[in-house]
Design a protein around this ligand. Sequence first.
Ligand code: BGC
Length: 579
Amino acid sequence: MSRTTPPPRRRRGALFSAGVLAATALGAGGLTQGTAAAADFACEVGYSTNDWGSGFTANLTITNTGSTAASGWTLTYSYSGNQRLSQGWNGVWSQSGRTVTVEDTGWNGTIAPGASVSTGGNFTYSGTNAAPTAFSVNGVACGDDGGPGPGPGPDPDPPGDRVDNPYEGAGVYVNPDWSANAAAEPGGDAIADEPTAVWLDRRAAITGGSAGNSTGLREHLDNALIQAEEHENFVFQVVVYNLPGRDCAALASNGELAADEIDVYKEEFIDPIAEILGDPAYADLRIVTIIEIDSLPNLITNVSPRETATDQCDEMLANGNYVEGVSYALDALGAIPNVYNYIDAGHYGWIGWDDNFGASAELFHETATTGGASVDDVAGFIVNTANYGPSVEPHYSIDDNVGGRPVRESEWVDWNRYIDNQSFALAFRDELVSQGFNDEIGMLIDTSRNGWGGPDRPTGPGPTTDVNAYVEGSRVDGRIQTGNWCNQSGAGLGERPTASPVPDIDAYAWIKPPGESDGSSEEIPNDEGKGFDRMCDPTYEGNPRNNNNMSGALPDAPLSGHWFSAQFQELLANAYPPL
Ligand code: BGC
């Protein structure tokens, strides 16, 4: 997603253009001809609808165009929108996600060569009601165009008009809620006009109107249309963050959904978001979605038998609901042509070690090719979301040696392959492409709080007396340990939001809104599902996930997501580049 000369983005639709064109030309009511040469059973499926705006009747006819009778049939096809089955007849109808399955009733199970059977169902929907473009019966593709590519038939995704890097040449939405909080702070005017992401961190955030979520998604998008008037292109950044059993290795951002509430996640969170983002009124916005922070990598790094395991992460690995939820979100949101999905990929101080790096990329690929999702639903990945690791360590390199010892041996680096997020992001991008992601994917870095300026920032390399003194004297990352993540003392604002800072990095973006807490420093009862994580307590001496170091957290912090004025002030004071 971030080459300097953008290649045209290859969409699945293009691979199957013959089939897509055929289906489009025929439209609702057209026949899709089966061409599977060697199959004994071959089929045509006719599809037509009677549509009244919020619902429709679908009439389907299966014709056996082969030479063998079908005794018993199962028809499957998928919708690309939020069409939901209410009832069916002349068949046993069911729906899972977007896939509809119809089985014969017994009495209409036989279809002789040349004969047809008809079946029908009623559906509700909102938004657009595109006809399905591929059907199969008993696993035989009725719409196989015989063209290139592994799958049968045309792909139901709408043809994409995505650009290579959505941030390129685009304005970015300024969240008025965050902006007002920032502007109300002494000195806050300096950054109150910077774009920050909108967080959908619970179902209530979609509609808004409740405490902490005053502005709903539609209202934000309507505001975005107004802000967009002054720009040729415009990006709206939204974080999708509400998985069942959320944040399994920490407590501060535990969410509202229990570990097994995957259906609630799909139906009451992702589906309504997809419906709003898919509204044609917003089709000209470039909608950047940040998909599920801190989820998938936990299934690699914080599960048994590792010392860092938590019961909750073991449970989320076992029940599969992180993978299922993320793939569902990618599929549902990726079906909207102006949505750019970026998956959260942790940060250098987490995924940078050899044990975690390849395994995480593999899990991302598995997830993005599970259910209805495909790699074409993924525009890229984001690193350092809501974290504190610098984009670039300017004064030392992973390849440096001191007294014959590589910096990887220093206590700080501790055998990691990376010392900053940009080198990590670029290397991880290569790994993701080698696992099967498109070569056009681009990376984002959340730079909202990774600045580390102020008087303690080193101005050059450390002494070369020994490798530890060298790294300690060089590093601008001011944390006690790279596993520390909560309200870090000494942190500053990082690079201001910028498009294409270097090739393959789509943008530096402010995803975590500066001034919003990472978690309370002591227990605070609440109805947001949030727990008390001792990593936010400045007196805490740590756990295996930060190698048993002090937490480095600021005192007196409110619940995660709540305004934390003292932190905002410190971020201003320690901004780097300085304000
Ligand atoms: C919180 C969310 C909040 C987000 C942005 C997360 O740590 O759990 O509730 O929306 O930060 O501040």
